[in-house]
Design a protein around this ligand. Structure first.
Ligand code: ADE
Ligand code: ZN
Length: 346
């Protein structure tokens, strides 16, 4: 294992910002900044229930996942055209690139937008075009993960899958998002089995607010390769053994957990304990426009709150690529860039 040089506490934020990283858990609609929401509302002549950008920002106070999803859903109503999806995703990729994100795996859904009368093609094509443009113009690699909305039915998920299959080559995997409690992974067993046959990589949100049982069923029923969030796994020692033994990555989102009251304070977050237990944890921003920061803010605030080290920074950067769906040669070359930055950092 790479041994990171100790770094003075005052220099650690610079190292966290400079280190190459992958982002594996962010919902593209959660990157819509209030300014872009208002610009798109004007462009598309959509009425917003907020007087201005400041009033919208003031609404970003949440007490659980559902209270956030309600506000987030309002924001998605301004997205109407392929260009809107392009602009949103390109803006995120520019922002991620500035945080030294070399690779992003981006969640999106179509059910929100087809519910607003859009065609699924508008969503997928706009987002994919942004990924292609960002590779050409910024050198950042990005792929798309199509999420089912778990508060909707199994049949609705099958219909959504059918609608995106003509664009199969533009997506690397499928995931499961939206209201967790009361919607266990088992509800989507057959859809995920079909996606597995189709060759999609599989992930699911589990153990954000939901119990360890949801993480077990995401693994054993849906057969996912990564767990999104998974912070509730630490209530179950057997589950922790399983996650460690099978090296199942957890895409942890500390500022999201703070804003949605999963933890009362960042100082109580279990990220460092996960690493100590040998879990393959990663750090991600989830819905950065809503939760007070992009990926580097997640790193710097969490490291400050928990007193984490340069070695843990290296581990998280290394994990982010290990947990990605990159091809092996590119994964290895990105991990070498991580090591080079840690070696050169003074
Ligand atoms: N969709 C957007 N953000 C989400 C989150 N944190 N959990 C579940 N679904 C989401
Ligand atoms: Zn999420």
């Amino acid at each position: 294992m790479f041994k990171a040089k100790p770094v003075a506490a005052g220099r650690l934020p610079d190292l966290l910002r400079a280190m190459p990283k992958a982002e594996l858990h962010m919902h593209i609609e959660g990157s819509l900044e209030p300014e872009l929401i208002f610009a798109l509302a004007q462009r598309n002549r959509v009425e917003l229930p907020y007087a201005d950008v400041d009033a919208l920002r003031r609404a970003y106070v949440f007490n659980n996942l559902q209270s956030f999803l309600d506000v987030y859903h309002e924001g998605t109503k301004v997205l109407r055209t392929e260009q809107d999806f392009f602009d949103m995703a390109y803006a995120y990729l520019v922002r991620a690139h500035a945080d030294n994100v070399l690779h992003a795996e981006i969640f999106f859904d179509t059910q929100t937008h087809t519910g607003h009368g859009l065609d699924a093609a508008v969503v997928v094509n706009g987002l994919h075009r942004a990924c292609v443009a960002a590779l050409a113009e910024l050198g950042i690699t990005a792929s798309l993960i199509f999420c089912f909305l778990r508060h909707l039915s199994e049949q609705a998920a099958f219909e959504a899958l059918e609608q995106v299959l003509p664009y199969r080559d533009k997506m690397i995997g499928v995931g499961l998002a939206s209201s967790e409690l009361g919607h266990p992974p088992e509800k989507f067993a057959r859809v995920f089995a079909r996606c597995r046959e189709l060759g999609f990589r599989l992930v699911a949100h589990a153990g954000e607010e939901g119990p360890p049982a949801y993480i077990w069923s995401a693994l054993d029923v849906l057969r996912v390769e990564r767990i999104d969030h998974g912070v509730q796994s630490m209530q179950d020692p057997l589950l922790m053994q399983r996650l460690a033994k099978d090296r199942i990555p957890l895409t942890v989102c500390p500022l999201s957990n703070l804003k949605l009251c999963v933890f009362p304070a960042l100082a109580q977050h279990n990220l460092a304990r996960m690493l100590d237990a040998g879990l393959v944890a990663t750090v991600n921003s989830d819905d950065p426009a809503y939760f007070g920061g992009y990926i580097n803010e997640n790193f710097t605030q969490t490291f400050a709150a928990l007193g984490m080290s340069a070695q843990q920074a290296w581990q998280l950067a290394h994990n982010s690529f290990a947990a990605s769906f990159l091809d092996e040669p590119l994964r290895r070359s990105y991990q070498q860039r991580v090591n080079a930055v840690f070696e050169a950092f003074e």
